[in-house]
Structures are given as structure tokens and as C-alpha cells.
Design a protein around this ligand. Structure first.
Ligand SMILES: [Zn+2]
Length: 308
């Protein structure tokens, strides 16, 4: 069984057949045990009285916002109880000393893995609705259906489904060295696996070879898929791979990256340790935090768990 990374392992049953039934979805909102997660500007309210938890609420308090047509998503069911997410950006947050709005990236490492996965689902779906209000085919305003899992066009009858953007993220390896890059926008010493969006009509392996060649000039042979991670910013699927480098001379793409270089295995092990610390030493190379699959790919190669 593969390792589960942050934002994966959603415990809810998405009830993808039953959610087509609008009357059934409406009946779930009447049940007193139904729980609702309001997101304001894509941020959940978080309760931090003891352990940090998502602030699940009853439906009743949010009924006016639901009635006003704000985006409502049926996230799924668990143990007979329904879970919804609501775009509550239009609401003034009720004063509550125990809750605070937190960005999903900041809150995810602090909450239970299953809750982080549910949060990813809620964030991706609400964001998709906010950016896809009109039919891509005829321009008419579309309406959500099936518990928020489709938008229907009342004019041309087209159905539009929430999209997932596949991204390849890979560690190119040659012997005891691997290839890491530093982005233009990120200042400091954080290096990561190379990554990029897949293009239409391309295999995973072809996308890995193309992205590594474009960003570093390195030619890739064998590609080994390791694991994937939902990345709800806004709705990517990170597909992690190890890649066998066939060449060593780096030619950087200056539009994409500030620096690309080879790192020894020992160096990457030290970077894994440093990136777990809240207090990195200035100037020393580090990796993304453990939350990110790029950290996990580098860690697993550095400690000999995976090889290409
Ligand atoms: Zn249309």
C-alpha cells in the first residue's frame, strides 16, 4: 500500500450516484445531524481551543446564505451523516473568540489527515464554481446541480464538470545525485523537484521528459511513477515520479527558474531535516515542507526507500 500524503485519504463516501437526486440532497439539509463547513474567501473557520479542528456547523445558522444561492457542495456521507461545504464569502463572520479563518495551506498540517482531505475537496469545488459561472459553449449563466458536482446550461443543455489539472512533479536522478530547482518567485534557498502541467495528448512519461528538458536541458530515460497528491490550489493532481537522467550538463530556462543544480544524496538528507524545522538556517539549502509531495519524493530517494 502506498503512503498517504497530505490532502489524500478522504474518509467520505462521495455518493456520486445518489447526489443526482435533488430531492434527496435537499432532504439531507433538513436533518439535524447534517454538518456544514463555511469557507470565506476559500478559508475555513478553525477552532483552536485545544487541538486545531475544522469548525463544522449546523445548517440552520447558514440557511439565509443557502437560500440566497451561495455555492453549496455535498461533500459526502460518513456513518449516515451528511457533510456540506458552503461558500460563505458573503457573510460577516459571527464573532466567536474561539475560531479564526485560516488558509488551507497553513491549517492542513495541523488537522487530522482525513479533515485535510475534506478541506481540499471543499476548497477545490467552491473555487471551481466561483470561476465557472457561465457556460463555456454558449455563454449563458449556468446553474449548479447534483449537489454541486456539475453545472448545467439552461440554454444549450451542456453539462460542465469540475476540472482537475494534472501536474507532473519529478526527481531526476543520476547515480548518487539528483536534480533540484529554485523558482524565480521564491526568494531564499528552497529547492524543489521540477514540475509542470501536463499538456493534452501527452503521456505521464512524455510530460516528465518534456518538462525536465525544458527547465534544465537534462535528457530523461526511464520514468517511474511513485504516488499522487491532490493539491487544492486551485485543483491540481500532483503525480510524483522518479526519472533516470541520461545527461549531466544543465541548461536552465531563465523564464521559469532562477537556479537548477545537482545535489548529492547526503546533502538532500540534510535538507530533509532542515525543511522539517520551523526555523531554517538562513542561506542553507532546504526543501518544501513535508506537506508537499515534492518533499516526500526527495526524502524517499535520499533515504533509499525508492529508486528509479
Ligand atoms: Zn450553454
Amino acid at each position: 500500500m502506498e503512503e498517504i500524503y497530505c490532502f489524500a485519504g478522504n474518509p467520505l463516501d462521495r455518493v456520486s450516484q445518489r447526489r443526482q437526486d435533488a430531492a434527496w440532497v435537499a432532504s439531507l439539509l433538513q436533518r439535524p445531524d447534517t454538518r456544514l463547513l463555511p469557507l470565506q474567501s476559500l478559508k475555513p473557520q478553525v477552532r483552536h481551543s485545544s487541538a486545531v479542528t475544522l469548525d463544522w456547523q449546523s445548517v440552520a445558522a447558514w440557511q439565509p446564505l443557502i437560500d440566497a444561492g451561495n455555492t453549496l457542495i455535498l461533500l459526502g456521507m460518513r456513518d449516515g451523516r451528511a457533510y456540506f461545504a458552503l461558500d460563505a464569502t458573503a457573510a460577516t463572520p459571527p464573532p466567536d473568540g474561539d475560531t479564526v479563518a485560516m488558509d488551507a495551506r497553513a491549517v492542513a498540517p495541523l488537522i487530522d489527515d482525513g479533515e485535510a482531505a475534506i478541506l481540499a475537496e471543499a476548497r477545490s469545488l467552491i473555487d471551481w464554481h466561483a470561476r465557472h459561472r457561465f457556460c463555456a459553449q454558449c455563454g449563458t449563466r449556468s446553474v449548479p446541480a447534483a449537489g454541486g458536482w456539475v453545472r448545467h446550461c439552461p440554454n444549450c443543455q451542456a453539462h460542465h464538470f469540475p476540472r482537475v489539472d494534472p501536474v507532473v512533479i519529478m526527481l531526476a536522478v543520476r547515480g548518487e545525485r539528483c536534480l533540484l530547482g529554485r523558482g524565480r518567485r521564491r526568494v531564499g534557498a528552497r529547492f524543489s523537484c521540477l514540475a509542470g502541467f501536463m499538456e493534452p495528448a501527452e503521456t505521464l512519461e512524455e510530460a516528465v521528459r518534456r518538462e525536465v528538458l525544458e527547465e534544465s536541458g537534462i535528457r530523461i530515460g526511464r520514468v517511474r511513477y511513485l504516488a499522487s497528491q491532490p493539491w487544492p490550489f486551485p485543483s491540481s493532481l500532483m503525480m510524483g515520479c522518479l526519472a533516470e537522467a541520461l545527461s549531466e550538463e544543465i541548461t536552465i530556462d531563465p523564464d521559469e527558474l532562477a537556479e537548477v543544480r545537482w545535489f548529492e544524496r547526503e546533502e538532500v538528507r540534510a535538507m530533509v531535516d532542515r525543511s522539517r524545522s520551523d526555523d531554517p538556517i538562513p542561506g542553507l539549502a532546504t526543501l518544501p515542507p513535508p506537506l508537499a509531495i515534492g518533499h516526500q519524493i526527495a526524502r524517499r530517494w535520499a533515504f533509499g526507500i525508492d529508486s528509479v
